[in-house]
Design a protein around this ligand. Sequence first.
Ligand SMILES: Cc1cc2nc3c(=O)[nH]c(=O)nc-3n(C[C@H](O)[C@H](O)[C@H](O)COP(=O)(O)OP(=O)(O)OC[C@H]3O[C@@H](n4cnc5c(N)ncnc54)[C@H](O)[C@@H]3O)c2cc1C
Length: 460
Amino acid sequence: MPTETLNWAGFLSDIEGIAFTDAPQTVKLKSRDYFWYSPILNQKLRKCWAHMVVSPKTEAEVITVAAACAKWRIPVTPRGGGTGNYGQAVPLVGGIILDMTQMTRILEIGTGFIRCETGILIADLDDAVHVSGQELLMWPSTRSQATIGGFISGGSAGIGSVRHGVLRDDGNVRSLRIVTLEETPRIITLEGPDIQKAHHAYGTNGIITELELALQPAVDWHHGIALFDEYTQAVQFGEALCREDYDIYLISVVDKGFAQFYDKLTDVFPEGKHAVFSMVGPDTIEAFTADAATHGGHVSLMMNDTEIEQAKLPPAYECSYNHTTLQALKKDRSWTYLQVAYPQPYDPAADTTMLAEYGDDLLRHHEFARERGEYQLFAIPLLKFTTAEKLYEITARYEELGCTVFDAHVYTIAEGGMKQVDPVQMAFKAEADPYGLMNPGKTSEAEAVAVLGGSGDALP
Ligand SMILES: Cc1cc2nc3c(=O)[nH]c(=O)nc-3n(C[C@H](O)[C@H](O)[C@H](O)COP(=O)(O)OP(=O)(O)OC[C@H]3O[C@@H](n4cnc5c(N)ncnc54)[C@H](O)[C@@H]3O)c2cc1C
């Protein structure tokens, strides 16, 4: 699908008055996300860029752009903050980047819900919600860089998930308003279970312009660190925190080997100690401290948002989820990561075996979350990267031991997080993107091969 030969003059004439740029530096910058976490994706995607960036300010402008793209058969890759990890916002076949970050209006805040445009930064959205005494149920550790539309389209869970479940759990996302990619675009509103048609679809089946999310009363979360001599003590402490009557927003367990990456935390996360990073409600701090002691540890830090900002320390959430990987990569680019799910309830045997066999290659990192009401433990271990073959050997070993590894080193939905082609999302794609112009090549390896030709290698 070579996009150089498309009728760009016709397209530009149709979107007259809408902001765009084809300045190479900006286009290249906006064609990237955090795919470089993976040396494998870095090799494949670093030379993929769009033809231009178009930045609509209103839904009416989105509709104009969608109509023009359908008419001239121009591929469209929506983009929020560009913090996705799997090249989700990287255009494989050129076309336009649809920069959503100008669409930042909050439309309504009511008791228990917010309705807004999708290009707003999550931090700005959550701050606005706090003025009403409420807060978002969950957000990624990229709260300050990511948009809410990007989180719904590319993310899955995050800070708050140990309390409220994952994004796909009922009631967390209340509605999505979607513009279709047709000559005469339609608006489709998805509600209830239908939200799954477009959630985590990588912008392949419609442009989400507005959404409605559930809210909860705000809590004065405190950023806590508890330290332990043994990693198993830290995990068991995390398990003990998973109680309905505790106010807990985050439980992230990291190996003592992470201490070297946290320069600003040397006093509270010293070498030689395993750590649990948490966000704890004021009513639970006493129990949190007592439980840490019961499990052989102690609390080295407990500060609320204001105090942690004044102390110039990173908030607990920037030491969790994929920020943990980022802290390591800032110091040493030879690390990458895996995403591992376990049969529940968690049995540490698989991790013990992996540590014995690959201890020099792996650094442990576990997160607690709830899914459909049940507490779960999953892992985002750091992996010392040598070759793709070694990475997939370690992946296979985890799987032999009964774990599920969601491949973070592919850019397609089916082969990555979902582990399958989702027929519901594909049916919705046929409806919302009949010409297959939205983020082409991202739904499955088969689609990538069809779009890119040859072996499906994404190198242009
Ligand atoms: C350091 C770090 C930490 C992270 N932590 C987490 C975490 O805790 N939890 C988590 O789930 N993820 C996490 N991620 C992944 C990523 O940050 C989240 O998925 C994030 O919410 C993406 O938001 P974004 O605005 O940057 O989206 P982008 O990267 O811009 O886009 C993500 C996907 O959504 C599509 N998209 C964007 N906007 C729209 C729209 N309006 N309509 C249709 N499609 C759209 C894009 O095409 C792309 O496929 C992390 C990533 C990094 C680098």
